[in-house]
Design a protein. Sequence first.
Length: 288
Amino acid sequence: ACLDTWGEGWARGDSAIIYRLLDDSYLFSGLPNTEAVDKRNMKMFWVGFRSGIEEAGGPKAVSSNFAKFKNVMRRMVEDTLVESGHWEIAGFGAGLYLCAARDGKVLWEQTSVINTNILGLSWEEYSMDDGAKSFQNQYTLNLWRERWSRGATADIVKLQHKDFTFTWMAGSAMEKMVPSSEFFDFFENFKAQAAAAGGPPVGSTDFMTFRNIILTQMGDTTVEIAEVIGSLVSFLIFLVVSRNLWAPQSPYLEVGELEELLVKEVLPKLEALAHKEVDLKFRRILLS
């Protein structure tokens, strides 16, 4: 209920709703060129925040139609509820966010900001960034991303804890929980289907990349969210690592809206420019 109300506050751009839910230790971080904001300074920060977004082309500072959250996923990490997802503010930008709540209070929020000109660091760039904060399980995370980027199923399995689960299409009617014992066959089948639909060919070592990474440490558990970009689909992935061993992770596909945009807007414009109908093969390549 706490995070539901918190989300409503962001959706309406109502700082009063958000502020009432903040823990005394609350911290908001991740905005470019902006120091982390604590509870004491949140009200003053919010005024400038809304004004800056309006000046950048976003909703007016008095608008009650402010932000949208998509692909929301939640996981318990010990006694704390962690939420991750994708945020959008019309006319301004979008990105990923990670937040945590306990005992009816929001403990912290972290965010990444992307726009049409900035895709965010790739996992390779992030891993090699000497200025990036180091985390307890960072070596394992770097290995995990590298193996996923290659689509190296057997090597991915080697990093999985015996209690590992992979939740496919989390939160949807198609949700499927895949235990470690079934992951190899599941993922190999997924790659074959991706190849058949126009994605990376079977055997390719160029499968996907991770961008807009957010990491946080919760005791001995490292929590990560990142945007995953593949040749077939784009989706968000939520990762939890504990004591260098993998625990639950949940990807959520973002296919429907992208396909609708391409079919309804992009393809008609291409056909108009070419003065002929786009052939079926080209449509398939574009949609993949």
